[in-house]
Ligand binder design. Structure first.
Ligand code: ADP
Ligand code: MG
Length: 490
């Protein structure tokens, strides 16, 4: 099985020695998170889970999705601003899904009143896996074989609270270190620099500038306790490196509910006497984030204010699994993108996805899942991991809901069988063993604009998350997957 160490063989003792030093290197670079015991405090932190060595990624495949990212950013922005398209996608979802119905209702209220802030800010992460052609055996010494057999397939496009840019940014340097300890020869360009945190921070600064009031703050809307605070904090330290004058605040939804108001005269969002330029949501993407109707009232107040939202409610809705499934239909991408080559470069990354709405097409999709459950993933319109249904669980689940409208709340997606490799995963308190692993690659992007004006559009960096083969979900915070970086091969 493929590994970056290829011909190098290391004794168990040597691996443990490399792991020990590399953990310290990771700590020195700030690849750390709060502990399970003290999730509300940074007084005690531990290294975040990471892969000891980088994972092999074909350079051309990575470059291809990076080259498409700005088009993806623009596409998703346009989808969010196309009310008719969004409505067609989500009509049946909101009938059965209370969470998305609430978001949808907020969008209706602000649309009727006149959207108070024409600009939306998106800090996106577009997730892919390296799909291997069926039956292919990859010859790593042949660029043609790699290029022909490995293709990036999109898993999902995250439009809210895209995480890990902060923690992953310094990891390329840690990997250069571990590879060197292992005696691996490489060019710097094979383990490329990656300041995703700076890329996203620039987006926040651009949003703040577009708001046009130097005294107004960028507000990080966060959960408390939050184990991943330091990932968020790296973004504001990078904002500081761009522009020291940007005021930054961290506030929970509950604190907003208690202390924030919308000024009547000009719809400014104000908390503790400070006007808010940008609300950056690192919470608010799952039903549990809203502890009461009051929190929902606060979300509505935020959307009715003239603060720039990252994301706005229409961005959040455009990021649903349902919208991504509808974009797979013939002509859907082309509704937004005239350029045939660009549309194709986006479409090429799509895996098959099926609507499960009542009717013949939905019935056919369900039959497909019954016939080959291990070739599909069943997804509800939820974010944040742990919600999908896989393999043997699909049939009993679909059987329960197949005669009701509830099935409209789910989509069926072809299961990607990603390229398996070997690596050592470093997880706090666990032994370091060689494992069979698979990786998911995230491309960060930033978009800032209104319905007819693009203000800022950028590619911001990348992330790799690696987990053991056989793990369905990718949750890093729950210890399933590990931070990783690409080792580029030609
Ligand atoms: P979430 O919003 O919960 O992150 P995702 O669509 O990203 O939802 O799915 C969660 C995880 O499930 C992914 O990180 C990936 O590991 C796995 N997964 C999702 N879709 C597929 C797929 N089509 N093929 C293989 N694995 C998938
Ligand atoms: Mg995901």
């Amino acid at each position: 099985m493929a590994t970056v160490l290829d011909t190098i063989s290391l004794s168990e003792k040597k691996i443990q020695e490399i792991a020990k030093k590399t953990k310290e290197h990771a700590i020195l670079h700030g690849i750390v998170m709060r502990t399970e015991e003290l999730p509300g405090s940074s007084e005690k932190v531990q290294y975040a889970p990471f892969a000891l060595f980088p994972s092999l990624v074909p350079r051309a495949a990575l470059e291809k999705v990076k080259a498409t990212q700005k088009h993806f950013n623009k596409l998703m922005h346009m989808v969010a601003y196309d009310t008719e398209f969004l409505q067609n996608c989500l009509t049946n979802v909101v009938k059965v899904d209370d969470f998305n119905k609430r978001l949808w209702d907020i969008l209706q209220v602000v649309t009727e009143e006149g959207i108070p802030q024409p600009i939306s800010l998106g800090l996106f992460r577009n997730d892919f896996m390296m799909d291997v052609k069926k039956g292919a055996s990859i010859d790593l010494t042949s660029p043609a074989s790699v290029a022909e057999n490995i293709q990036m397939k999109q898993i999902e496009f995250n439009m809210i609270a895209s995480s890990f840019a902060g923690l992953v940014s310094p990891l390329y340097d840690v990997h250069r270190y571990s590879l060197t300890l292992a005696g691996k020869q490489f060019e710097d360009s094979q383990v490329p620099q990656n300041n995703a945190a700076l890329g996203l921070a620039k987006g926040l600064v651009e949003g703040w500038k577009a708001y046009g009031n130097k005294k107004a703050c960028v507000l990080f809307l966060v959960s408390n306790p939050e184990r991943n605070t330091l990932d968020q904090r790296r973004l504001d330290t990078e904002m500081f490196s761009c522009d020291r004058t940007v005021p930054v605040k961290y506030v929970t939804l509950k604190e907003m509910t208690e202390r924030a108001t919308k000024r009547i005269s000009d719809k400014a969002l104000v908390i503790d006497g400070c006007e808010v330029a940008v609300v950056y949501f690192r919470t608010g993407y799952t039903p549990e984030d809203y502890s009461s109707d009051k929190d929902w009232d606060t979300r509505l107040m935020i959307e009715r204010s003239k603060a720039i939202k990252c994301p706005s409610v229409q961005y959040q809705l455009a990021g649903t699994k349902k919208v991504q499934q509808e974009l797979c239909r013939p002509g859907a991408v082309e509704r937004f993108i005239d350029d045939v080559d660009i549309a194709l470069s986006i479409r090429e990354t799509f895996a098959y996805q099926y609507s499960l709405d009542l009717g013949k097409d939905g019935d056919d999709a369900i039959q497909k899942a019954f016939d080959n459950p291990h070739q599909f993933v069943l997804k509800p319109n939820r974010e944040g991991g742990g919600n999908n249904i896989y393999g043997d669980d699909i049939k009993p689940f679909l059987t329960k809901i197949m005669n009701s409208n509830d099935r409209s709340g789910y989509i069926l997606m072809e299961r990607i069988q990603p390229w398996p490799q070997k690596n050592y995963l470093i997880k706090f308190g666990l032994e370091v063993n060689l494992r069979n692993v698979i990786s998911e690659i995230g491309i960060y992007g930033v978009y800032l604009g209104s319905s007819d004006t693009e203000i800022y559009n950028s590619l911001a960096g990348h992330l790799v998350r690696t987990k053991t083969v056989g793990t369905n979900e990718g949750g890093l915070m729950v210890g399933l997957s590990c931070l990783d970086t690409p080792f580029l091969i030609d």
